[in-house]
Design a binder for this molecule. Sequence first.
Ligand code: DX5
Ligand code: ZN
Length: 235
Amino acid sequence: MQKKIMIMPSLLAGDFGNLEASARKAEACGADALHMDIMDAHFVPNLSMGPDVVRMARRCLGIPLNVHLMMTHPHLYVRAFIEAGASTLLIHVEAQCDIRATLRQIRDLGAAPGLAINPETPVSALFPWLDEIGEALFMTVHPGFGGQEFMGEVVPSIAGLCRRLAGPGGARFQALDIAVDGGINLRTVEAAAAAGANAFVAGNALYTARDMARDAALMRSGAAAAFGRDVFPAA
Ligand code: DX5
Ligand code: ZN
């Protein structure tokens, strides 16, 4: 099954002296959504942005906002981020909250729920929640900071989820977007896409590119060419 390839620049790698310009640049460069990293200095050892930055992006952009909560207690902030304009709201499967109740609250408040998973968490942790989510996001670095190296050891987990979706009873989950986040560039995008990822968060690789629009297009075409190659090889 060919899915829509989605390129999502991460605003964390934007210019914090002018986040509005960085957000607008992502849209102008053909992004499918803007990825926004929310850190609580507890789930991860860093602080980043809050609902006001999401509100700014919602006011400036026409594309969806893909908001990634790296928070220990995300349920306390779901309403604030959706009211600010999040289109998709991702919580971590490792968070300390009632996962089902929080995913349902996200849907009830009008956003698309997603689940993110850390590199060392077994992919099977996602399986009980596949009925509740529209996006699964694999961290391909330890969350907390941009600019880290892609962790190739996560690739088998991505393929594992794809096999689960292709297996018995998986048909109803086939529209699930499978995203990767961390160290994605024009080279690593291929390994992630070959394993079955169709959505790509890229911070530094895109925001430091000499020509962001050109590299976003190359990332898209590279991903499309590699998509599913290693999990569903042509017969
Ligand atoms: C890391 C964040 C990522 C980060 C990716 O905790 O979740 O979204 O911005 O940045 P790069 O692409 O620079 O690794
Ligand atoms: Zn992220």
